[in-house]
Ligand binder design. Structure first.
Ligand code: G3H
Length: 535
């Protein structure tokens, strides 16, 4: 109890927050506008003990905005875009890069504060919180590099069939960016940063959990970009996002969350063909452990894949298919390893299992277990499914089959269903029938069998991992999914494409046109029609 729920005195001062953070402003039209309306209290999933009892630690509050402010923010964004005629969308790539460099420079100053908030707000371990911050900064730097490369490739003319043209990528307009609670900084920024740098203007709504950690960045956003280029909204999705979508004035929806919410948002937009969607949705990535798999390696990867950040990753392994010939050995070693994981507060040295930020989560996970138990499965690892406050000790549930909810639903938590199979067609059928199609992990060593599996599986999912857990990174690799798992592809370079449209200036190669274009180029009169090379 003492270790799981420390008192404030027991927490190292480098992890203590400097008092509650009451955010009473939002970013609109280049200024931090005061907010005096209702607020949402933020409680940490970390419980703090006070003598006998333990209670969620209050972190602060943020504005609960209404339709009125939401539309005010939309107005500011539209004004900055000015139908593509604004300062930002017409600015040269080189200048936009300079603004982004200013932002990333200011952002790095906030590392410690944001890392601390990640731990307190969503319960992510210190190591993973630091990784999330550093990975995001690296993503921004890589994005700048990728844009320079893209611009260099577009800085020349193409002459074809008597027509000369310069082809570039132009922005789409107002982008609404909404990220998930499990990677509130990183996954939001993997859409927000490319959207911005390509000349779009952004309305950013942080996820329900993981709001305050963005507060330290508002000044950097305000100071690094022209007024109205980036604006923020906070509050209940229906109250603030609904009006934005219903206005029909959002050009791109960048959303990472559930397909249920994505469907609602898409349907609210009255002009669907004017809306581009970039979506990262649910997944239920399976691992398939073949009879000749290296069991120790498969166990290690399966633990990482199922339980990093308590299994709260869209890329997590969410169901394990183990061949009957190796199931005893695998289950014994896997259960032992799961039960040996250390549970504690996020800043504790070497901690692996941390408090769950979603309030109803332990109850939901227990319900999935009850359902599986009623159909013949059980929790097979020591301490599995022990609940203590916001902690849920990981549970390995076996044998799971298609009658159980756990076979189909994305549990998004520390619960691991294991299915035993005799025929490889069983896990393949699972994938074919699944609503999701993000990734799969194959564990085995027979080149012929692995090759035979790769070919059909690449048409079911978008990444086949061999003897490795599923994951998004490296961020230069394409990240996407089939069916209900995604819309659009994200990677450092792909993201620059999804937030833009190929656009060209073309002319017949007459001497007059050549002269005219030469004159424009020589005078450096257009940001688009330009052959400057960015070094
Ligand atoms: O939640 C989904 C994330 O994109 C997963 O990223 O595989 O790097 O943890 P990751």
């Amino acid at each position: 109890m003492k270790r799981l729920f420390p008192s404030l005195r027991e927490i190292g001062k480098e992890f203590i927050l400097n008092g509650p953070m009451h955010q009473k402003e939002y970013l609109v039209n280049g200024r931090l506008k005061p907010w005096n309306g209702p607020v949402q209290e933020v409680l940490s999933p970390v419980l703090i003990s006070d003598g006998g009892s333990a209670a969620p630690f209050p972190l602060g509050s943020y504005p609960l905005m209404t339709e009125k402010e939401s539309l005010e923010v939309l107005e500011a964004a539209e004004q900055a875009y000015d139908n593509g005629r604004g300062e930002w969308p017409t600015m040269s790539v080189e200048e936009r890069i300079r603004h982004m460099e200013t932002f990333v420079f200011k952002m790095t100053d906030k590392r410690q504060e944001i890392v601390r908030l990640l731990m307190w707000e969503i319960g992510k371990t210190l190591a993973d919180s630091e990784k999330e911050f550093d990975r995001t900064v690296e993503y921004i730097r890589d994005t700048i590099g990728a844009l320079k490369e893209l611009d260099r490739n577009s800085s020349r003319f193409i002459i074809e069939q008597g027509i000369m043209g310069q082809i570039r990528r132009a922005p789409l307009g107002v982008v609404l960016c909404m990220g998930p609670f499990n990677y509130p900084l990183n996954e939001t920024f993997t859409t927000l940063i490319p959207a911005l740098i390509m000349g779009n203007v952004v309305i950013f709504k942080p996820p329900k959990l993981g709001v305050l950690l963005h507060y330290p960045l508002l000044e950097a956003f305000r100071d690094a970009f022209p007024a109205g280029v980036i604006n923020t909204v906070y509050g209940d999705g229906q109250a603030v996002v609904g009006p934005l979508m219903k206005s029909g004035r959002i050009n791109v929806l960048a959303f990472i969350g559930t397909s249920r919410v994505a469907d609602i948002l898409k349907h609210q937009h009255p002009r669907p063909h004017r809306l581009r969607c970039v979506l990262g949705l649910e997944a239920k990535n399976p691992a398939i452990i073949l009879p000749d798999a290296a069991i120790d390696l498969a166990v290690n990867e399966a633990v990482l894949g199922t339980l990093s950040f308590n299994g709260q990753r869209c890329t997590a392994l969410k169901i394990l298919f183990v061949h009957r010939m190796v199931s005893d050995e695998f289950l014994k070693k896997f259960s032992q390893k799961v039960s040996s994981l250390s549970m504690g507060v996020p800043w504790e040295n070497g901690v692996q299992i941390t408090p769950l930020p979603e309030q109803g989560k332990p109850a939901y996970l227990l319900d999935l277990i009850r359902d599986a138990e009623s159909l013949g499965a059980r929790v097979i690892n020591e301490h599995g499914a022990t609940v203590n406050g916001s902690f849920f000790f990981p549970a390995v549930v076996f044998p799971v089959d298609s009658r159980m909810k756990l076979y189909h639903e994305e549990q998004f938590g520390p619960l691991i269903p294991v299915v035993v199979f005799d025929d490889i067609q069983e896990p393949i059928a699972y994938m074919v029938q699944s609503n999701y199609g993000q990734q799969v992990s194959l564990f085995g060593n027979d080149p012929q069998q692995i090759a035979r599996l790769i070919d059909p599986l690449v048409n079911q999912v978008c990444r086949v991992n061999i003897n490795s857990q599923c994951q998004r990174g490296p961020d230069t690799f394409p990240f996407t999914g089939r069916k209900d798992s995604a819309e659009g592809t994200l990677s450092v370079s792909d993201a620059l494409r999804v937030f833009t449209i190929r656009t060209l200036v073309a002319a017949k190669t007459s001497p007059e046109n050549k002269g005219l274009i030469k004159e424009i180029l020589r005078g450096n009169q257009s940001a688009f029609l330009n052959t400057d090379f960015i070094f």
